[in-house]
Design a protein around this ligand. Structure first.
Ligand code: MN
Length: 309
């Protein structure tokens, strides 16, 4: 995904409250943003109230949108300093990148692109589908953020059932189920689904902070009611979490060790200084550093950066 704003300010991880060491229940309303012609999404992170949860620094919830009338077409654009993490409930997205990868993202699969020093990609929906899913970005720690780019796709993910709730481990480890996604800081991503009303308790890592987003349906988290459109931030320090899940609800849970490095987020980049941002934007405009994506449209379309304010 990519921002289509014409002018964006640098988003500084220290502009907003630091992570909570204690358990809290903070409701963070999603913002509406446009990611393609006529396609609006709900953006859970970053927000003025919370920039990161662990190393998760960006969280878009798209759809459900019926793509008969409008397609999702995101022309080639660059990324650096982050991993893009894409997962859909329904619908398919075709990913192409400058390493030559061409991969259809199908429901229930994880598509992970590690941008490192620089990569470019395009994302487009396949016709006649109802697209519903998420894309998150994971900030790369300083030690690896200039590594070579990599692309991985994971179609087999560990899954378990507990009290009638199906839990799929998308990233990190849960109850000794280790997700294959290669990540560079302690973090977790879980997808939960209940076919009928269910109640369960999830063991949590007290050193992690967590956030919960409902994709469809309704849940109660520690007696707090939650529906799509609001991210619930839980802070650190919890040993477990009580959940009541309404029939046919889908939930997304992220967590991780609070990310201690000061990061800047602008357009499609994560960096540490404004100079790095303008250097990257210049390189992209000169067709340097980020490679070329082959096979998208007529081969000339690409997204240009907004003005760096
Ligand atoms: Mn992207």
């Amino acid at each position: 995904m990519s921002d289509l704003l014409r002018e964006t300010k640098l988003s500084d991880s220290h502009d907003c409250p630091a992570f909570s060491k204690q358990p809290i229940l903070q409701k963070i309303p999603n913002r509406v943003a446009e990611i393609g012609e006529g396609i609006t999404i709900r953006r859970a992170l970053p927000s003025a109230l919370r920039r990161t949860i662990g190393a998760w620094c960006f969280f878009d919830h798209f759809g459900p949108v019926n793509l008969k009338s409008s397609d999702l077409k995101i022309a080639p654009h660059p990324h650096m300093g982050l991993q893009t993490f894409t997962w859909t409930l329904t619908g398919e997205i075709l990913h192409r990148d400058s390493l030559g990868s061409e991969q259809i993202i199908r429901p229930g699969e994880v598509n992970l692109m590690s941008a490192g020093h620089g990569i470019s990609h395009s994302e487009e929906s396949l016709p006649d589908s109802v697209l519903h899913g998420v894309q998150l970005w994971i900030a790369l720690p300083d030690a690896v953020r200039n590594n070579k780019p990599e692309f991985s796709h994971y179609s087999e993910l560990p899954s378990l059932e507990q009290d009638g709730v199906q839990i799929t481990v998308l990233a990190g480890e849960f109850l000794e189920n280790l997700a294959p996604a290669k990540v560079y800081s302690p973090l977790i991503g879980l997808a939960l689904h209940a076919r009928r009303n269910a109640a369960t308790r999830l063991p949590l890592n007290p050193a992690f902070e967590y956030g919960v987003l409902v994709l469809t349906g309704e849940i109660q988290v520690e007696q707090e009611s939650l529906v799509p459109g609001t991210l619930l931030y839980l802070g650190c320090g919890r040993e477990e979490l009580s959940l009541q899940v309404a029939s046919d609800s889908h939930i997304f849970i992220i967590g991780g060790e609070p990310f201690k490095e000061e990061i800047l987020l602008w357009w499609n980049f994560v960096a540490r200084s404004k100079a790095e941002m303008s250097e990257a934007a210049d390189a992209w405009e000169k067709h340097e550093r980020f490679g070329e994506v082959k096979g998208y449209g007529d081969g000339t379309e690409r997204l240009n950066p907004p003005k760096l304010a």
